[in-house]
Ligand binder design. Structure first.
Ligand SMILES: [Fe+2]
Length: 313
């Protein structure tokens, strides 16, 4: 069995038009927009779908309001999907689509599904960096981004009641690997066929449930800032960032997502394989981030002492 990551994330939302605009502004490619739904894709062809929250096509919601209703996991082949279906049918209801996608729920009640992937391999984005001893760009300017183009839908985060039990389900039944853990607070897990630091983070906060955020990786650090600045200019509110995680090493900038939770731009996340040994980490602020802004910034935030950008040239 090999799962390679997230194939599609499906949201049930209160304001469908606003959510369609969010995903377009976020930089996703528009696959289809109808009065009933919007379907968007990353460069790797992982998808985000938004539907009205009362749409009968959606799995049941664990929490009220706009939220992620289903995570479809990407399998390398139909035999892997069939093996999962056979095992999962032993103790839970299964629904099968015409295209072979199977749907069920995890132990927390969150919708999960599995299908043969339609994702595509990504080529080297080719960013060139200059550093003393490594001069990649001679007589060549660096890239400035007007906005981000999400490349890879890397992970999802859900609040869970039973951290241990639910992590065990993902590990024992779906083949996920534990990559790191926060003491009493959360489990980072990656698919068996992925080298992402994590594809799902199960976060335990007593009394809280629901979808927390989804993360999209970009081409380089310049795109994190260019994309964040663009979202800021379009009026979308920062949830947290920019900043840099300690666990995963990644740069981040999270935006409040009208579809539910937050959407994270990220770059330079650690990659792991089966040689990695999971760490148990105390969940302090210092573990979460090396540094972080709380509320983003605009294009000329460093020029706030009455200096107009034109004056500073
Ligand atoms: Fe994240």
């Amino acid at each position: 069995m090999a799962l390679i990551g997230i194939e599609k994330l499906v949201f049930g939302v209160e304001d469908l038009d606003l959510c369609k605009k969010f995903w377009r502004d976020y930089g996703m490619a528009v696959i289809e927009e109808t009065p009933d739904h919007g379907l968007y894709a990353t460069t790797s062809n992982a998808k985000v779908e938004v539907r009205k929250f009362g749409d009968p096509a959606l799995p049941a919601a664990v929490v009220e309001g706009s939220t992620a209703r289903e995570t479809i996991w990407a399998a390398t082949d139909q035999a892997s999907v069939d093996a999962l279906a056979e095992d999962l049918a032993k103790d839970r209801e299964l629904r099968v689509d015409d295209d072979g996608t199977i749907h069920t729920t995890d132990p927390e009640g969150y919708g999960i599904g599995f299908r043969v992937t339609e994702r595509v391999e990504l080529a080297d984005p080719g960013t060139k960096y200059n550093a003393p001893g490594r001069e990649d760009r001679i007589n060549e300017l660096a890239t400035f981004y007007d906005g981000a183009t999400p490349r890879h839908l890397a992970h999802v985060v859900f609040l869970v009641a039973d951290n241990e039990g639910t992590a065990k389900f993902y590990q024992d039944r779906l083949g996920f690997r534990l990559t790191d853990a926060y003491t009493d607070r959360g489990k980072f897990l990656r698919c068996d066929g992925a080298i992402d630091h994590h594809n799902i983070f199960l976060m335990h906060v007593p009394g809280q449930m629901g979808f927390h955020h989804c993360a999209f990786e970009l081409r380089d650090i310049h795109e994190v800032f260019g994309g964040g600045l663009r979202m800021n200019e379009l009026g979308w509110k920062t949830h947290l960032g920019p900043g840099r995680h300690n666990v995963t090493s990644a740069y981040y900038w999270y935006f409040r997502n009208p579809s539910g939770g937050a959407a994270e731009y990220g770059f330079d996340t650690d990659r792991l394989d089966d040689a990695w040994e999971a760490r148990m980490i105390e969940p302090t602020d210092g573990a979460f981030a090396e540094w972080s802004l709380e509320d983003g910034f605009g294009r000329f935030a460093g020029l706030q002492r009455g200096v107009k950008p034109a004056d500073a040239a």
